[in-house]
Ligand binder design. Structure first.
Ligand SMILES: NC(=O)c1ccc[n+]([C@@H]2O[C@H](COP(=O)([O-])OP(=O)(O)OC[C@H]3O[C@@H](n4cnc5c(N)ncnc54)[C@H](OP(=O)(O)O)[C@@H]3O)[C@@H](O)[C@H]2O)c1
Length: 286
């Protein structure tokens, strides 16, 4: 009997990962959901999943949380700027607890990417390698869901404004990335592997706007602007300079190809095609 633990189990990705583990036949009692606030996952406890408290920033919570765990899915944290220390706490505690493998959710080409967010993932990957614990690194592309927050606004405006040009995006649904993570956790043969995970077919934001038009019945076009114009537009609608600069940097990174991969690692881990954009949009906007 193998015990699997999932961090961030109260978050969207962690929830999908736990659901995928159960779907793949793992008994709920062999799954440990690691959370800061157990009441958030009362539904998982009701299904028989073990729920334990674990705060990446509170190392004293981690030994008990990881006791008896064989394979750990470390879902990267959401507190940008604190994540290297937090992830290192989890890696150290997992090593001390005798966890045999850690599966980590990173970002595409974390070791070479110029994406602002990549630095913390690169440092975490280095900590994992240095730990001596077997690892599987899942370098996830962008979630399709990242593009769904402004559907109503896009419909109302008839346009999506960006600075990503013709940059291709290998986004996939969060559920697909989580299903791949569950597969990598359960299956043998992924020791010390690094995977670049991206959805297919890829799309540009022009193609995204066309797909959104088809899904909603509205006419929505993509309008490309310069990075400077993009930052100014964001500031004009109330974003502070730091946030506007961050969002624009993501657009520039997208144009550079930071969100693109031609790897089929996601599809191979899933054992099927990833969910196409049109299908993801159809279920999201219905
Ligand atoms: N590839 C992409 O497009 C993309 C987009 C967004 C995020 N991400 C990354 O993927 C991760 C998972 O995404 P998501 O959509 O599931 O994010 P999410 O819904 O915000 O979930 C984040 C999870 O991390 C937990 N967490 C945060 N800080 C923690 C701490 N100090 N100790 C223990 N748990 C902590 C949260 O717990 P609480 O419920 O207690 O807050 C939550 O369960 C994110 O954290 C981020 O690193 C990737």
């Amino acid at each position: 009997m193998t015990t699997y633990a999932v961090t961030g189990a109260s978050g969207s990705f962690g929830r999908h990962a736990v659901a995928s583990l159960i779907e793949s036949g793992v008994a709920p009692s062999d799954i440990v959901a690691l959370v800061r606030t157990p009441s958030k996952v009362a539904d998982l406890a009701e299904q028989g999943v073990q729920v334990r408290t674990a705060d990446y920033s509170a190392p004293d919570t981690l030994p008990e949380a990881l006791a008896g765990v064989d394979a750990l899915l470390l879902v990267s944290g959401s507190e940008v700027g604190q994540r290297v220390a937090q992830h290192s706490n989890v890696i150290d505690a997992a090593k001390a607890a005798g966890v045999s493998r850690i599966v980590y959710t990173s970002v595409l080409r974390a070791d070479t990417s110029e994406l602002i967010l990549a630095a913390e993932h690169k440092a975490t990957e280095e900590a994992l390698r240095a730990s001596g614990v077997a690892f599987t690194i899942l370098r996830n592309g962008w979630y399709i869901e990242n593009y769904l927050g402004q559907v109503e606004q896009s419909k109302a405006m008839g346009e999506i404004v960006g600075a990503s040009g013709d940059g291709r995006i290998s986004a996939a649904t969060r559920a697909d990335f989580a299903a791949a993570a569950a597969a990598a956790l359960v299956q043998p043969g992924h020791e010390n592997a690094v995977y670049e995970l991206g959805g297919a077919p890829t799309f540009t934001m022009t193609e995204f706007a066309a797909a959104l038009s088809a899904a909603t019945g509205a006419t929505i076009v993509y309008r490309d602007v310069t990075p400077e114009e993009h930052t100014a537009i964001l500031e004009s609608v109330g974003l502070d300079a730091g946030t506007a600069g961050f969002v624009t940097a993501l657009e520039v990174g997208t144009k550079r190809g930071d969100l693109f991969t031609d790897s089929d690692d996601l599809q191979r881990l899933l054992g099927r095609e990833s969910t196409p954009l049109a299908e993801a949009l159809a279920s999201a906007v219905k």
